[in-house]
Design a protein. Structure first.
Length: 172
């Protein structure tokens, strides 16, 4: 039975990755989803290299946090899913190749989070506070284009006083 479940998960992963490759070849989605190519030549992400699981730092709401970078399709599909928790003052920063209205959901999440969408200039364009695992399959999307999405522990946005228009800063 365990072998069958493992085989089904492997097949599902192959199907998802195949779809991701197909989507990457046709360009980024503009409404919902996070299927984008991982190449990016803009100066706003130049401080980050493309190493898998890379940790960067950013300042937002007057607080410096460590962020795990999700730049590849595989990293973006997985996100924080399946993790038990997120340490304080840490998060995951999704880095997209082009600005768009990227939708996020809480599939396979085990704890609530805040999601913060950032424009190419790193200004906050939308905040979804306290997205809970029970909200799945609801999708959360900004009204304006974003190039980055920051996922942090629920309550972080309010505690740090983050609001629409605030600017974040990528740190070396």
């Amino acid at each position: 039975m365990k072998a069958l479940k493992l085989l089904l998960w492997i097949i599902l992963a192959v199907v998802i990755l195949s779809m991701a490759v197909a989507l990457m070849e046709t360009g980024p989605l503009k409404q919902g989803g996070s299927a984008v190519s991982s190449s990016d030549n803009s100066s706003s992400t130049a401080v980050f290299s493309a190493r898998p699981g890379e940790i960067g730092h950013m300042k937002i709401g007057g607080r410096v946090i460590s962020v795990e970078l999700a730049k590849t399709m595989a990293e973006q599909i997985l996100g924080l899913s399946g993790r038990e928790s997120l340490a304080p003052d840490t998060g995951m920063l999704f880095v997209f190749a082009a600005p768009g209205k990227y939708g996020f959901w809480m599939k396979d999440m085990k704890f609530p989070i805040d999601m913060i969408w950032l424009a190419p200039d790193l200004s906050v364009v939308y905040i979804k506070e306290n997205a809970t695992p029970s909200s799945y399959p609801e999708t959360f999307s900004p009204g304006a284009d974003a190039k980055y999405v920051l996922e942090v522990n629920s309550g972080f946005s309010a505690q740090a006083g983050i609001k629409i228009g605030d600017k974040a800063e990528l740190l070396p």
